[in-house]
Design a protein around this ligand. Structure first.
Ligand SMILES: Cc1ncc(COP(=O)(O)O)c(C=O)c1O
Length: 452
C-alpha cells in the first residue's frame, strides 16, 4: 500500500477542521481524513489505503460497511427513521431487546433500556443502582474510562484533563485500585496485585466505606483505555462474591470489550460471572449510535418515567443495524476468528520481544490486545516516544494504529479481518519497531502525535 506523500487533500481538511472544531474532543495521532472504508480497509482523501487496527475505537466489530448492516439500515430508513420510543412502540426495539436478553449471561428475567452512547448507559447504571438498592455509594476503579457525561466522567479515573475545571462531579463515587498484574498499583509483587487490591477494598470497607451503603461496583472486565489490563480470574470472582455477601450490585461495563471483541459475546464471560447489569455501546450497532443497559428485571423496574430516556435513543434504524450486527457476528463466526488471531498475535509479538527489548508485555483476549512499550524492562517505565513514533510510522506504511495510556499499542482490528491482512498489519508494526530501534523515525512527529 504505497503512501501518497503529497497528502494534500487530507492536510487541507485538517487545516479547516482546526479552525472550526473544538479541540477538547480529539486526541490527534496523524492527519488522516477518511473518504471511505470497507471490511478492514480505510481509504483517505488522497487515495491512500490502510489496514485498520483501531476499528474506530473498537466500534466496527463487523468491519466497515458490512453489506448486511448497510442493507438493514437502508431497509429500515425507507420505512421510518424515528418515532421516539419515549411515546410509541416499534418492532426492531422489541426484537433487539429480546435478542440481547438471550445473548447476555444470566438465565434470569431481564429488561433493557436503550441510549445513544456508552457514557449515557453508565449514567443509567448509576441511577438504577441507587434507585434499586436505596444506597448512594458507587465503587469504580482507578484508570478506568467510562465516558464524558458527568456520571461517566465521575466514574472514570484515568485523566486529570477529563475532570479539571468542570467540578463538582457526582458525589459518593469511590475509586479502588484495579489489579494490574504487570504494574501492581499498590507496589507489591506483580503476581500479588489481585490479592493486594482485594485487601485494599476490604480495608476501605472496614474504615471509611460501609459496604451496606454501597449500591454497585461498576467494572470493565478488561480495562480498555488503561492499556488492555486483564484482571486475574480469582480477583474478579472474589470481588463478585464480596458484592453478593454485601448486597452490592455487580455491573459489567462492556462498552469496549462487548459484542464478541474478546472472543466471547461479553468480556465478563471469561470470568464465569453473571452480572446484575451489563452496559454496552460502541460495536452494538456497528457504528450507529446506540447503547444498551441490560439488567435483572427487578432492578430495571426500580425507576419511574421519565428518569432515563433520550428522544432519539433506540431508534429503529440503529436497532435494525444492531440486529444485523448480532446476526453477522453469529453467522460469520467472528468470535472464533478473534480467538484464532489472538494466538497469532501473541506468537508474533512474543518472538519480536527478543529483538525489541522495548516490548514490555503483550496482553489481552480475542482481538483486544495491548503491546506495552517500556523504556526499561525492569522499571517498566512507559515509553511514549516509542509508541508515538511506531504509530506514526505505521500510518506512513499503511496501517492505522494507535496507542493508549502513553505506551500501549492498541490492537483492536475489526473481527472480520482475515489472517492475511492481520499478519500484514503485524508485519508493518515489526518494520516500524525496527525503524524505531535504528533511530530512523524523526522526533518531529512528536509534535503531531499526541495520543492518549
Ligand atoms: C470502556 C468504555 N466505556 C465507556 C466509553 C464511552 O463510550 P462513548 O464514547 O460511546 O460515550 C468508552 C469509550 O471509549 C469506553 O471505552
Amino acid at each position: 500500500m504505497p503512501f501518497n506523500s503529497k497528502n494534500k487533500n487530507c492536510e487541507k481538511i485538517v487545516e479547516e477542521d482546526n479552525k472550526v472544531i473544538a479541540s477538547f474532543s480529539r486526541m490527534p495521532y496523524y492527519p488522516l481524513v477518511i473518504k471511505k472504508a470497507y471490511k478492514s480497509t480505510v481509504e483517505d482523501m488522497d487515495g491512500n489505503k490502510f489496514i485498520d487496527f483501531l476499528s474506530s475505537a473498537g466500534t466496527l466489530n463487523t468491519g466497515h460497511c458490512h453489506p448486511k448492516v448497510v442493507q438493514s439500515i437502508i431497509e429500515q430508513t425507507k420505512q421510518f427513521i424515528l418515532y421516539t420510543p419515549a411515546y410509541m412502540y416499534h418492532k426492531p426495539l422489541v426484537d433487539l431487546a429480546q435478542k440481547l436478553i438471550e445473548i447476555t449471561p444470566g438465565n434470569f428475567p431481564k429488561k433493557v433500556s436503550f441510549g445513544l452512547s456508552g457514557s449515557d448507559a453508565n449514567d443509567g447504571a448509576i441511577k438504577l443502582a441507587r434507585a434499586y438498592t436505596g444506597r448512594s455509594k458507587i465503587i469504580s476503579f482507578i484508570r478506568s474510562y467510562h465516558g464524558s457525561t458527568y456520571g461517566a466522567i465521575t466514574l472514570s479515573g484515568i485523566s486529570l484533563d477529563m475532570s479539571r475545571k468542570i467540578g463538582p462531579l457526582l458525589p459518593e463515587i469511590y475509586h479502588m485500585p484495579f489489579p494490574d498484574i504487570y504494574r501492581n498499583p499498590l507496589g507489591g509483587a506483580p503476581k500479588d496485585a489481585g490479592k493486594n487490591c482485594l485487601d485494599y477494598l476490604k480495608y476501605a470497607f472496614a474504615n471509611f466505606l460501609p459496604p451496606d451503603e454501597v449500591a454497585a461496583v461498576i467494572i470493565e472486565p478488561i480495562q480498555g483505555d488503561a492499556g488492555i489490563v486483564v484482571p486475574p480470574k480469582d480477583y474478579m470472582q472474589q470481588l463478585f462474591a464480596l458484592c453478593k455477601e454485601n448486597g452490592i450490585l455487580f455491573v459489567s461495563e462492556e462498552v469496549q470489550q462487548g459484542m464478541g471483541r474478546t472472543g466471547k459475546w461479553f468480556g465478563i464471560e471469561h470470568f464465569n460471572i453473571k452480572p446484575d447489569m451489563i452496559i454496552m455501546a460502541k460495536a452494538l450497532a456497528s457504528g450507529m449510535p446506540l447503547s444498551a443497559l441490560i439488567g435483572r428485571k427487578e432492578i430495571m423496574e426500580s425507576l419511574d418515567a421519565p428518569a432515563h430516556l433520550f428522544t432519539t435513543a433506540g431508534n429503529p434504524v440503529c436497532c435494525a443495524a444492531a440486529l444485523a450486527t448480532i446476526k453477522v457476528i453469529e453467522e460469520e463466526k467472528l468470535m472464533k476468528n478473534a480467538e484464532k488471531l489472538n494466538e497469532i498475535a501473541f506468537k508474533r509479538f512474543t518472538s519480536m520481544k527478543k529483538r525489541f527489548p522495548f516490548i514490555g508485555e503483550i496482553r489481552g483476549l480475542g482481538l483486544s490486545i495491548g503491546v506495552d512499550l517500556v523504556k526499561d524492562e525492569l522499571t517498566k517505565e512507559r515509553n511514549k516516544e516509542a509508541a508515538a513514533k511506531i504509530c506514526y510510522c505505521a500510518w506512513k506504511k499503511g496501517l492505522l494504529l494507535s496507542f493508549f495510556s502513553n505506551s500501549v499499542l492498541r490492537i483492536q482490528p475489526p473481527l472480520v479481518i482475515t489472517e492475511e491482512e492481520f499478519n500484514k498489519g503485524i508485519d508493518i508494526i515489526e518494520e516500524c519497531m525496527s525503524d524505531f530501534k535504528k533511530g530512523l523515525i524523526s522526533d518531529d512527529i512528536l509534535k503531531v502525535t499526541k495520543g492518549w
